[in-house]
Structure formats: C-alpha cells, structure tokens
Design a protein. Structure first.
Length: 398
C-alpha cells in the first residue's frame, strides 16, 4: 500500500470524526449556548448542506492548481473551521465554524478519490479508494466515541480542538507522503462539466443518493428506535453506533476488494441485500440481540456500496473525473438529508419509530432498479467504432 494512502486516510479520519461527533455533543452545546436541541440540530443539517454546496464549489476553485496543493489547502480550511468551532463565543459563530469545516469535506474525498486511484494499478483502483475511506469508517469506531467521551468529561470545545490537531497531522502527512503532481493537463471548469453530459454519471449519482440514503433513513433515528422499541438504555446507543461503525469498516473493505473484480454485480448484491435487511429491521428492532446484528449488517451492506459507486463515477467521467467525484460525495450527504427528512415524516405521521426502516428499504430498492437500468443502457450502447486503416495511396504516374 502506498504511504500516500495512509495520509489520505488520516485526513478522512479527522473529517469523519468532526462530522459525526457533533451528534453526541448536541445536549452540551445546546446548554452552553442556551438554545433548544432542535436549534442545535442545525449544526448537523448545516454541515450536510455545506458539503453538498462545498463539494463542487471548492473543486471548481481547485482546477487551477495541482491536486496535492488543493488537498493541503482543504485540510488547512478544515483546521480553521474546527478551531473556529472550538473558540466560538456564540451559536451563530459556532454554526459558521461548522459551515467552514463542511466546505472541505466533499472536495477532499472527491479529489482524494482521484488521487488514490492514480496511485495504484487500474485493477486496484476501488481498493485504493476503500483504503482512503477506511479513515472515515475507523472514525466511527474510535474517533466518535473518543470525541464524545472527551467532550463529556472535559468539555466539547476540547473535542474540536483535538480534531483540529488531527487535521494538522493529516495536512503534514499529505505534504510529506503524497507525490507532487502537476496540474492535470487541460483541467478547467468547462472540461469537468462535460462529465455530466454522460447519463451513466448521473445514474451513478442517483444510485448514491438513494442507496446510501437508505442507510441514514434508519440510522438517523436509531436512538429512539433502540430505546423505545428494542428496550436498550440511552447509554447503550453509543456502543450500538460503534457496532454500526464496525459494520461500515468491514463493508468498506469488502466493497473495495470485490468492486475491482465485478463492480456491477457487487452493486446488485449490496443494494439488494441492504433493501432486504432494512425491511427485516422493522421486525428485528423488537429484539435486543437481533437489532444489534441488524445494525452491524446495515453498516456493512451500506458502506460496501461506497467504493463501487465512487469508482463507477470515476470510470464513467473518463477524462474529467475530479468535479464528478466531488459532486458524488455531496450526493451521499444529499441522500442523508433526504432520508432523514422522509424518516421524520413517517414518524410524525404516527407510523412508529420503526417506520423509517421501510423508507430505507424503498430507497435501497430504488437504487437497485437504477443499477439494473444503468447496466441495461450500457449493454445497448454500441462500443466506439474502430477506425479502419487508411487505404494505401494510389501511385500517380506523370
């Protein structure tokens, strides 16, 4: 494994920690600023929307410089955002810090995916992308529980200061280990936008929104589901989320390994399995043991879709992958926001805390149908014609 992938994984670890640790610190932050929990929830929603907006924006701004330089700048922005969050004297500045941090998220993973894929042989691209995303999955196993513990024991500001230090380590690692590469030849906005003319790129992004959205329809409401339906204590929810993170870690590795062999069959298997498991979750949520096993499976199947979906976008974007890759990272967050909203609607409609599982199953099933449609379109698209050799010139006699 190239050491440069380790540097990218460290950056991903910091980003994953700051994205998810906020959920466990909301009560403390709301209490310190004197705002309600729903208002404090804007720190989560605002971050997700910032990723959606920041992914294409920061990638476009970075088309004029090398990818390594842009990755370093993004980690610098990440550090600044977390320091602002740690020091914010009021809630609006705290929200501003979260927004600044979120601007680095999508572009880092988007550009990082391209860099990771270029560091290895073509048949190992998905595995390299999965290695970078390992940092994100490990964040859910180690970073988020540790950050929550630090925030509850010492203060939530300390958590964001520690995350900023992780960002500095990631920045130094990129500076030291990622090879210097020139700015991609011909890289400019118009060329990058041409990728979106390909229907296969748009279909892959739609699969991302629906497929990963299916995961978050259930996981967003995991706390009330587990405490009110399964009978777990509130303290056990943290460890259930760690179990979900373990599933993410395993699924990410498997997704990267098998996507390099059979990408589309891998998507069929994971999206179909995810739809079934989410539907079954409605029943298993009533048992502590079965609910824990199901949470592990949701994490594994959900994150097993990430490397193949990201590689699918890179493959279909051809010579202009950077913007498409970053926008696809935004698509993951768009799916999260959409699924959380839909899950809230069915709960508010009186259908119970397990109802979001049906929403997630429907979204995953829709993503599977799109994958099948995408493959069918690809089979019907004729391969580029091979130009016939030019005829030999006829000699002319004077």
């Amino acid at each position: 494994m190239p050491l440069a992938l380790l540097a990218l994984a460290i950056g991903a670890f910091g980003i994953g920690t700051t994205e998810f640790v906020i959920m466990g610190l909301l009560p403390q932050i709301a209490g310190d600023y004197g705002v309600s929990i729903p208002d404090a929830g804007l720190l989560v929603t605002g971050y997700a929307l910032g990723v959606v907006i920041g992914a294409p924006l920061m990638t476009v701004l970075g088309t004029r410089i090398s990818r390594k330089t842009m990755l370093m700048l993004l980690m610098g922005l990440f550090v600044v955002g977390n320091l602002l969050s740690a020091a914010a004297p009021n809630f609006p500045l705290m929200l501003a810090g979260r927004l600044v941090t979120s601007l680095a998220h999508g572009a880092f993973f988007g550009i990082g995916s391209v860099v990771a894929a270029e560091l290895v042989a073509p048949q190992k691209k998905a595995g390299a992308i999965a290695t970078m995303f390992t940092g994100l999955t490990v964040a859910n196993i180690v970073g988020v529980p540790a950050g929550t513990f630090i925030g509850q024991a010492v203060g939530w500001r300390t958590t964001f200061a520690v995350v900023a230090v992780l960002g500095v380590i990631g920045l130094l690692g990129i500076a030291r280990l990622v090879p210097a590469t020139p700015r991609p030849e011909g890289a400019h906005l118009r060329r990058e936008l041409t990728a979106f003319r390909n229907p296969q790129v748009l279909l892959a992004m739609a699969m991302t929104v629906l497929g990963f959205g299916g995961v978050f329809a259930a996981i967003t409401y995991i706390a009330p589901m587990m405490t009110n339906v399964a009978g777990y204590s509130e303290g056990a929810v943290t460890w259930l989320l760690v179990l979900f993170g373990v599933g993410m870690f395993l699924g990410n590795l498997l997704g990267g390994k098998f996507a390099d062999r059979k990408l589309m069959p891998m998507l069929y298997s994971t999206l179909g399995g995810l739809a079934v498991v989410l539907a079954v979750f409605t029943l298993t949520a009533h048992s502590k043991v079965l609910a824990a096993v199901t949470i592990l499976l949701v994490g594994a199947l959900g994150f097993a879709t990430v490397p193949p979906l990201q590689k699918r976008v890179l493959d279909q974007a051809h010579g202009a992958p950077t913007l498409a890759s970053a926008v696809n990272i935004g698509a993951f967050n768009l799916g999260n926001a959409l699924a959380a909203w839909l899950g809230g609607i069915v709960i508010a409609g009186g259908l119970g805390y397990t109802a979001p599982n049906w929403v997630g199953a429907a979204l995953a099933a829709a993503a599977l149908l799109l994958a099948l449609w995408s493959a069918a379109l690809e089979r019907r698209t004729p391969a580029p014609a091979v130009a016939a050799p030019a005829p030999a010139p006829v000699p002319v006699h004077h």
